[in-house]
Design a binder for this molecule. Structure first.
Ligand code: FES
Ligand code: FES
Length: 137
């Protein structure tokens, strides 16, 4: 049976970019998938002045779709500000990979979500989350 993945996806799966862990990261997150029990973690180093993502690494225990998306999403996010990076969509990641199989969409969405969660973790740790105004009732 032919692979559902195109050559670019397979290339990122076989040689994923930015894998591993960052010691003492500025932001990090782990997301798990209830669908398959797989996990993906992502680590960030952020320039305190410019808020540019200087370094980013991910570890995936997921499938090809998850690993390839983790790889491309770290490439897309590196060098962007956290505000730019949190707006990276699954669609953009899929397009950058020349199209992902729809049947594996949740696996790749997981890789996009872990980036947003790691940025959120960074914002929380650095007091950048704008608190919602509490209502009196
Ligand atoms: Fe688990 Fe895709 S099958 S991440
Ligand atoms: Fe695991 Fe898709 S089957 S996230």
């Amino acid at each position: 049976m032919a692979s559902p993945y195109n050559d670019l996806v397979l290339e990122h799966f076989k040689n994923p970019r930015n894998t591993g862990r960052i010691e003492d990261p500025d932001g990090k997150a782990t997301e798990g998938s209830p669908a398959c029990g797989d996990m993906v973690s992502l680590y960030l180093k952020v320039d305190p002045e410019t808020k540019v993502i200087d370094d980013i690494k991910f570890e995936s225990y997921g499938c090809a779709s998850n690993i390839a998306t983790g790889s491309i999403i770290t490439e897309l996010a590196k060098g962007k500000t956290i505000d730019e990076a949190k707006n990276i969509t699954w669609q953009e990641a899929s397009e950058a990979l020349g199209g992902l199989p729809k049947i594996k969409a949740h696996c790749s969405v997981l890789a996009v979500e872990v980036l947003r969660s790691a940025i959120q973790n960074y914002e929380e740790k650095h007091g950048l989350v704008t608190e919602k105004v509490a209502t009196t009732e």
